[in-house]
Design a protein around this ligand. Structure first.
Ligand SMILES: [Fe+2]
Length: 181
């Protein structure tokens, strides 16, 4: 699944070497930062879907260990950035509109994603260390529930939050360049 922004296309050429980190986010504007976060989350979803597809006995232990190591740190970094930088800027622009309530829902989804990711990490670690997946079907449902929800979250932010931020940034740039009103 692709996020499909202009900004996404703009950094596709270096996508393979760009990793989500606080240092990387500090170099980017809000739209670029959000796009990097979305691309990273979608890549995580694809990896988790691959694990689900390989259950119960064909899972790759290294993939599971890799996912276990990065799933929570990536989500926590992404959520902290969105809640500290993205959402306050978005709330200013959409104040008084139907979208003003959506930030509360998005924050709530961050919390549930963190909790869910912690549970998934425990099982991924167990598989990665050669443990038997006792209830593979249940784990498969957990994985699919998680990445389906995360993809919906990313899709909403991509379709509703990012365009608002992009317009806001463009307006500010026009004003600062003296070509505005
Ligand atoms: Fe988010």
């Amino acid at each position: 699944m692709s996020v499909g922004h202009d900004e996404s296309a703009a950094h596709l050429g270096s996508c393979e070497i760009k990793r989500l980190s606080s240092e990387e986010l500090a170099k980017l504007d809000m739209v670029q930062g959000m796009t990097l976060i979305h691309d990273t989350k979608i890549a995580l979803c694809d990896e988790l879907e691959n694990v689900a597809d390989c259950l119960p006995s064909n899972t790759d232990v290294l993939s599971c260990l890799s996912l276990a190591a990065k799933l929570l740190p990536v989500l926590r970094l992404a959520h902290a950035y969105e809640e500290r930088v993205i959402f306050p800027a978005y709330e200013v622009v959409v104040a008084g509109t139907d979208y003003s309530m959506s930030v509360d829902r998005l924050r709530g989804e961050h919390i549930s994603d963190d909790c869910f990711a912690a549970d998934l990490t425990d099982v991924l670690l167990k598989i990665g260390h050669g443990g038997h997946v006792g209830q593979a079907e249940t784990f498969g449902y957990m994985l699919r529930g998680f990445f389906d929800s995360l993809r919906r979250h990313v899709a909403f932010e991509s379709e509703h939050v990012v365009p608002v931020l992009r317009n806001s940034l463009n307006s500010r740039r026009k004003l600062s360049n003296g070509s505005g009103y």
